[in-house]
Design a protein. Structure first.
Ligand code: GDP
Length: 527
């Protein structure tokens, strides 16, 4: 058995961010195939479309054939232990999606070559960028006609403000796709090699195809050679430090569906993506190495009632240091409470299985009877280890909520309190009237909330949409309730901090012009 440091150094923990339909599921599946974690293409896909009988997770998930909360996929490849944290998208986009990004060491951004950067990609990108972790870009669907490669890279710089460095360059696209000129790996990958032909062709020291391959005679090859030499001379220089700081993104072109460019992508991604690193804890007073003997980690997600029969909750912990083992004693930093962990689950696709040990970089799911809250730190040993608080994400959708049955206020308040604590939705109150307002980043969060209120707390709720709003916090000392209007609703968050919910950007600008001294602060995801 490797020692702890060797085991930790093998870990690569990342998330894939993308807009729906860019190909996240397809590439995830190809990566799992490369790692031998699944044997058949279509497995992950089938889960997504709901044909895969797996978890007994709540009805709502079954009805819609989607996964309400993120799961973890893992496989071993080339000596590395890879953890992919699934980030729900589509209609199931929620704060969990953002929080999952707080638990990874790198991100892969998948972009559809015909569409470029789409809204959801941009939202997720912002969160990853704020964290300063490495971002790798996979520009997908090269087998179809898409936009010019250079145009796509320029868009990264203009829309996302990140330098792009092409690790490979397409030789043609769509029907004319011939291959990939792989700058990083120093070879050409043929799109459709002929029978008996090698898929990877070596380059000579001038960067030209070795020997006299017929491809060399084609104008598309010559064009690519010109583009590449221009790129290498005039484009950005590859800078590993910038990559690690999230200031430069290595860009890979490919086609996930035809498994083209995926293997080289994986090889290079694993080469440059970081292993778990040391972290600052206790308000920056202490640094703890990922390979420290002391176990520590934080809860980034709580999934309730995976099995309705048991009413269990699972707290997902990102291990930040040391090794986890069954039966260990830990302390909950927030309360100082000591807890014995005797029931661990690790995740392989959606199957839950018992595990013995996991180390920094891995995710463990802990059965929870109500001890944990999102953002909680846990640690072994005597000295307190507390990770920074998870940031507040600004919801975009708001609903006013009341209890349908006035006689059932008690269960309404109880359910509300617990679900908010769990992070299922954000709770605000109208500053003047104290009415409850819920905030979410995706519509499904409201549906899950209302479903769970009914099923777990026997409380039917009435929700009145307020619609989409731009939330901005203000300093309490700058607050004057007369600033509030229907276009900028004044509310307070669960810590009693005041914020405005602006009807739109126009209303926000209008407010800003009227009260230029009032500072408006955005949530982590909108900074
Ligand atoms: P997700 O919503 O991001 O998970 O996207 P999916 O992986 O489900 O892909 C969306 C659609 O695009 C599906 O029909 C895929 O078969 C298709 N797709 C994914 N990758 C490629 C690709 O490389 N080329 C082509 N032509 N289609 C692709």
């Amino acid at each position: 058995m490797d020692n702890l440091k060797q085991q930790v150094d093998r870990r690569r923990t990342f998330a894939i961010i993308s807009h729906p339909d860019a190909g996240k599921t397809t590439i995830t599946e190809q990566l799992l195939l490369q790692g031998g974690a699944i044997r058949k293409a279509g497995t992950v896909k089938a889960k997504k479309s709901g044909n895969f009988a797996t978890s007994d997770w709540m009805e709502i998930e079954k009805q819609r054939g989607i996964s309400v909360t993120s799961s973890v996929l893992q496989f071993d490849y080339d000596g590395k232990h890879v953890n992919i944290l699934d980030t729900p998208g589509h209609e199931d986009f929620s704060e969990d999606t953002y929080r999952t990004l707080m638990a990874v060491d790198a991100a892969v951004m998948v972009i559809d070559s015909a569409k470029g950067i789409e809204p959801q990609t941009k939202k997720l990108f912002k969160v990853v960028k704020q964290r300063g972790i490495p971002i790798f870009t996979f520009i997908n669907k090269l087998d179809r006609d898409g936009r010019e490669p250079l145009d796509l890279i320029t868009e990264l710089e203009e829309l996302l403000n990140i330098e792009g460095y092409p690790m490979n360059w397409p030789i043609g696209m769509g029907k004319g796709l011939r291959g990939l000129y792989d700058i990083g790996e120093h070879h050409i990958e043929l799109y459709r090699p002929e029978e008996g032909q090698d898929r990877f062709l070596k380059l000579d020291s001038d960067g030209e195809l070795e020997g006299n391959h017929p491809l060399k005679e084609e104008s598309i090859y010559q064009q690519t050679m010109e583009d590449v030499s221009l790129l290498l001379e005039a484009g950005n220089q590859f800078d590993e430090e910038k990559v690690l700081a999230g200031q430069q993104t290595p860009v890979f072109f490919g086609s996930a569906l035809t498994n083209f460019g995926v293997e080289s992508f994986l090889n290079q991604f694993l080469q440059y993506a970081p292993a778990p690193e040391s972290s600052e804890v206790n308000d920056g007073e202490k640094t703890i190495a990922a390979s420290d003997e002391t176990f520590s980690g934080f809860v980034f997600k709580i999934q309730a009632n995976m099995n309705p029969a048991h009413r269990d909750r699972i707290a997902f912990v990102r291990i930040k240091s040391g090794e986890f083992h069954k039966g260990m004693d830990i302390t909950l930093a927030r309360t100082g409470q000591k807890i014995r962990l005797n029931n661990a689950t690790e995740f392989m696709s959606s199957e839950r299985e018992q595990v013995e040990t996991s180390v920094a970089g891995d995710i463990v799911g802990l059965y929870d009877t109500g001890n944990f809250q999102i953002g909680d730190s846990i640690y072994s040993g005597k000295a307190k280890i507390e990770y920074p608080k998870l940031p507040e994400f600004t919801p975009e959708l708001f609903m006013q909520v009341t209890s349908k049955n006035v006689m059932k206020q008690k269960s309404f308040h109880k359910g509300m309190k617990q679900l908010v604590q769990e992070g299922a939705v954000q709770l605000y109150r109208n500053y003047q009237t104290n009415e409850y307002i819920l905030g979410a980043v995706g519509q499904l969060q409201f549906e899950v909330f209302s479903y769970r209120m009914k099923n777990e707390y026997n409380s039917e709720v009435v929700m009145t949409p307020i619609g989409s709003r731009t939330a901005r916090w203000i300093k309490p000392e700058q607050l004057d309730p007369s600033m509030s209007s229907s276009r900028n609703l004044l509310v307070k968050d669960r810590f009693d901090q005041p914020l405005f919910l602006f009807e739109n950007d126009f209303a926000m600008r209008w407010f800003h012009d009227k009260y230029p001294d009032v500072e408006l602060e955005a949530g982590f995801n909108e900074k």
